[in-house]
Design a protein around this ligand. Structure first.
Ligand code: PHE
Length: 500
């Protein structure tokens, strides 16, 4: 059975941009910028983005495209000890998509309730009370929240029908779902320029609070955001690249993806801050007051701001429609590593069946987040998986690519096939900058989490968070210590087509 391929180079770049540009750009980036010093956050962010995240993107594309296999096999082919890193990446992406889809389910509920602007009277109470029906603490499950569960089923059906035929169906979907939200964002941008007070919002966004740069927390947050937003460190881009021809461009595609993603984050920042500036103006408060809400931004502060605009229903519907279309290509890209790894293991299986089982399994895990304590669990798992698992995978890949396989050898391959060239600075980034900075981040984050319980959650709840780190890590180690033979013996012998 021949390995599936993208129908064209443009389709691959669109899929990569679709994966990179997601809820992270509109919901996470602006609130981090607001929280960590406005313009001053942009500096660590840009540094991490250009010096670490983009080089890692080039590395992932190089590995996937060269090895023509899913994450586990690709890494294992480069060195037998590194298959475990692939396994950790696959499980982590799967854990992320289980809650990512739940956030999309909230967007769907908001979209449906947009026309009546159901939250207008009390946006905070609406989100936590009516939509989430949140319980008093992580220990009180309080049963399932049926509307969210129903919305989650709808989201998973949509995801399944995007990926059921692999790159073939994904290629068709991204032609629409990638440009569409950008058009909607442009409409919202133009609208925001006509709102009084938008300028105050922009001022806060762009004025650097230099003292913020002295805090290590800002640097960790900036680096983590740079990785998440580019979808690196979860083997997503590696998987997507494995559906390319072995001799296709890598460098130009990486920079195109990175620049598009960066531009959309910055652009989303302008829209979000303009609307917040308007809200500060109408409610006679300062923009600082309205932005300090953190993760509630997209579901509390922003909806409230929208409800104050003329034609609130229309603009709210546009906003949540934009979030959904932005999110869907990222969501299905997070399922792809698991599908690719499974197909490597059992090449004869029908792709449509694997996609179906993968979606069903992620949905099942995601039901945890549809309980009344769901938001607490989501917060915990998000914190642990996106920091520790991402750092471990990125570290593993950088060591494998930079030291074991050899950065120079990889760079030569990359430059041979690419339209643009990448200089020697890439070797330095992969061999030194990425591992050293990540090791420091890992140590700082570990010491913080071991000293102070994250967000004050009880130990048993945080144990679930640690389990999402330690279980994949344990499985990864088991694989290195021979467990992979058990897995791979079940698979039929290697087929031709691996470029050597
Ligand atoms: N890059 C996407 C985003 O910013 C999807 C993603 C989220 C990828 C989290 C990995 C981890 O939303």
């Amino acid at each position: 059975m021949a390995r599936q391929q993208w129908s064209s180079k443009t389709v691959f770049v669109l899929a990569a941009v679709g994966s990179a540009v997601g809820l992270g750009n509109v919901w996470r980036f602006p609130y981090l910028a607001g929280r960590y010093g406005g313009g001053a956050f942009l500096i660590p962010y840009l540094l991490a983005f250009v010096l670490m995240a983009t080089p890692l993107l080039i590395l992932e594309l190089a590995i996937g495209q060269r090895m023509q296999r899913g994450p586990i096999k690709s890494l294992r082919q480069m060195h037998p000890a590194f298959g475990g890193i692939g396994l950790i990446a696959v499980i982590s992406a799967f854990l992320v998509v289980a809650y990512y889809a739940v956030v999309m389910a909230w967007c769907l509920i908001y979209l449906i309730r947009s026309l009546g602007v159901a939250w207008a009277d009390d946006p905070q109470g609406y989100f936590f009370g009516q939509v989430l029906q949140i319980s008093d603490g992580v220990g009180q499950w309080g049963g399932f929240n049926l509307p969210i569960l129903a919305a989650l089923v709808a989201v998973w059906l949509a995801i399944y029908f995007c990926i059921w035929q692999g790159p073939k169906s994904v290629g068709k979907v991204v032609l629409y779902t990638v440009p569409l939200p950008v058009v909607v964002m442009a409409v919202l941008f133009l609208r925001s320029l006509t709102l009084p007070g938008f300028w105050q919002g922009w001022r806060l966004y762009l004025t650097p609070v230099w003292s913020a740069m002295l805090s290590p927390e800002v640097w960790t947050a900036a680096a983590a955001q740079a990785f998440l937003t580019l979808s690196v460190a979860f083997a997503i881009m590696l998987t997507y690249a494995s559906y390319k021809q072995p001799n296709e461009d890598i460098v130009k595609s990486s920079w195109t993806t990175a620049i598009a993603d960066l531009a959309i984050s910055l652009f989303a920042g302008f829209v979000v801050f303009a609307v917040l500036g308007y809200m500060a103006w109408t409610t006679s408060s300062t923009v600082e007051e309205v932005t300090t809400s953190g993760p509630g931004l997209a579901f509390v502060v922003f909806p409230q701001a929208l409800s104050l605009m003329p034609l609130p229903g229309l603009f709210s519907a546009l906003f949540f429609f934009m979030l959904l279309t932005l999110g869907i290509d990222s969501a299905f890209s997070l399922v792809e590593p698991a599908i690719a790894a499974w197909l490597d293991l059992k090449p004869g299986t029908k792709g449509t069946h694997i996609a179906g089982w993968a979606c069903l399994a992620a949905f099942a895990v995601g039901t945890l987040y549809t309980t009344r304590a769901g938001l607490y669990f989501l917060d915990i798992v998000d914190h642990f998986v996106t920091t520790y698992n991402a750092i471990v995978v990125a570290l593993g890949m950088a060591i494998l690519g930079g030291w074991v396989f050899g950065a120079e050898a990889l760079r030569r391959y990359v430059n041979e096939v690419s339209d643009w060239q990448v200089g020697r600075w890439w070797n330095i980034s992969i061999k030194w900058v990425v591992p050293i900075v990540l090791a420091i981040l890992l140590a700082t984050q570990l010491s913080t989490d071991l000293r102070t319980p994250y967000e004050g959650y009880p130990a048993w709840a945080l144990a679930i968070g640690w389990a999402t780190v330690l279980v994949p890590l344990g499985l990864g180690l088991w694989m290195v210590r021979g467990g992979q033979e058990v897995l791979l013996e079940a698979a039929p012998p290697e087929q031709d087509g691996t470029p050597q």
